[in-house]
Structure formats: C-alpha cells, structure tokens
Write a protein that binds this ligand. Structure first.
Ligand SMILES: [Zn+2]
Ligand SMILES: [Zn+2]
Length: 291
C-alpha cells in the first residue's frame, strides 16, 4: 500500500444492546474506524429519553476505543412523505428527537430514508418531504442529515439521482442536508455498479446533478436480489449479485476518500462479529489493491 494514501474510514452498523455506550467497544472489536447505530429501538416511535450521563459515557467510549466517527440511522418508521398528516407530524417529532440525540452524543451524521409517497404520485411525496424539512429548519450545530438512496421498494422515494436532486432542491438545498449512498439500494434500484457502463452512468448522473460533493457516507452492502429488483435484501460483500468490482470502484474513487463507509450486512447469529471482520478484510483488500 502506498504510504500516506488516504483511505476511506471503514466500519459497520453495530448493536447497542446493553446501552448506547457499549457500541464503540463492539466497533473496536471488529477493527472499525467508524460505526453506525440506532439511537433507540428502530421500530418504535418513542425511545427512553437520553440521559446526559449516558451521552457522556458514549462520548467517552468513542474516544477511548479510537472509533473516529459515528452515524445514527433514524428509525424506519419516520416517513415525512406519508399521505397521513398524523404520520408526518409524528415523523417530524421523531426526527427532532433523533437530531437532538445526535447532538448530545457528539454524532455528526444522521441517516434517514427520505420516505414513501404510498399511493400518491412521486411529486406529491417529494413536496411533502420538502415541506417537512423546511418546517424543521436547521439541524443542531455539527449534525448533518444524510438522505439515503433507496431500492425503490414500496414506492419509497430516493431511488434515483433525479429524485435525490429534486428532494434537495425542493427543500431549499439546506447546507446541513447531504447524501448517503447504499450500494445494495443502488443496484436494486437499477444501477449496475459492478460494470463499467453502470458505474459510469451513475457517476455521470451524480456529477451532472452536482451530487458528488454531497456524498458524505456510503453503506457498503452486497445484494441478494437482482439488478433493478426494487427489493431490498442485503448480503455479505462478494456473496451477492453486485460483484466485487463495484466495491473496488467505490473505495478507489477520489470523491469518496476519507468518508465513512459502513457495512449493514446480515446479522443472523453467532458469527456476526466474524462476518463483520471478514467483510472488512475483503474491503480493505480491495481498497489496498489496484488504486
Ligand atoms: Zn438505511
Ligand atoms: Zn443502508
């Protein structure tokens, strides 16, 4: 490996079982530079209020373990594009809660799926999300909201660079809103990033729409489902349908140097740590070769 060559920060989504402050230790155990967590149960609206001492313990553990940065993935329930006003209102409160947790924990990135328009047209969903983000206003200092691209499952918004650009523009392109790309979602939404043609198409679109500098994070996942399936099923790196070449390209691209990249590969039991370690070794191998 070339001395001084800057590599992306690699890590994984880790569990917070036993308390938030246990997460950085799990990251250290797999050799992660970066971790992603849920800051509360991801399938419920309300979590226990975050105590100052828990936040203090989390920040202390992050520093002690040498984990360089952290992202919070918002609860899946949040849908600012819902046709139901009650859901949009609850979503806005939940986003407020997630962002204040991020600020307390010293976490700079808050990842959110843009939402779904349900039975309504895409434009209606985008307008609702944008209106909610405008209502939300500024995020706490040091916290950036990252809109994650989606597989397009169930009319979820954000499956194309066009939709992401529209979401940002309609929201007034706030300085504290940027983008997180998920490799599995890209593939499932129809971007064949393992091939030259598919990769060039994606990068060309991103460049034309001014999105490249807005990519602040990657989720590195292989996909169990086919290209364009619009069905979101993650797989271990190299064991899915995307192909290792896609990951080599992501890891080598100059626009993505030094940005955090986390695995969200399947967690199904006893060898979870082992699989995270193996996936990270695969990625580090790809990052160190052919660059
Ligand atoms: Zn996600
Ligand atoms: Zn993801």
């Amino acid at each position: 490996m070339t001395a001084g060559r800057k590599l992306p920060l690699l890590g994984a989504h880790v569990s917070v079982a036993g308390g938030l402050s246990t997460a950085p230790g799990r990251g250290k155990a797999i050799g992660a530079d970066v971790i992603q967590i849920f800051s509360k149960p991801q399938t419920r609206w309300a979590g226990k209020a975050l105590e100052e001492e828990d936040a203090f313990a989390f920040r202390g553990e992050t520093a002690r373990t040498g984990v360089k940065t952290v992202a919070i993935h918002c609860a899946y329930l949040i849908n600012l594009g819902s046709s139901k006003e009650s859901v949009r209102t609850r979503s806005l409160y939940a986003l407020e809660d997630e962002s204040s947790r991020a600020a307390m924990l010293g976490v700079p990135y808050l990842v959110m799926h843009p939402g779904s328009s349900g039975e309504d047209p895409v434009e209606t969903g985008i307008a609702r999300i944008a209106s909610a983000l405008r209502k939300f206003g500024r995020f706490p200092k040091g916290v950036t909201l990252l809109l994650e691209n989606t597989a397009g499952q169930g009319n979820s918004l954000g499956r194309s660079t066009e939709q992401i650009r529209e979401l940002l523009d309609a929201s007034g392109a706030p300085p504290d809103v940027a983008v997180c790309l998920d490799s599995a979602h890209l593939f499932e939404a129809g971007y064949d990033i393992g091939t030259d043609g598919g990769w060039d198409l994606l990068l060309g679109e991103m460049d034309r729409r001014g999105l490249l500098p807005l990519v602040r994070m990657w989720h590195l996942n292989d996909s169990k489902t086919d290209l364009g399936s619009r069905v979101d099923r993650h797989q271990h790196i190299g064991q899915g349908k995307i192909g290792l070449e896609a990951f080599r390209r992501i890891l080598a691209h100059k626009a993505f140097r030094e940005i955090p990249m986390v695995l969200e590969t399947p967690k199904d039991g006893e060898d979870d740590f082992e699989m995270d370690i193996r996936n990270l070794a695969t990625l580090r191998g790809l990052a160190g070769s052919g660059g």
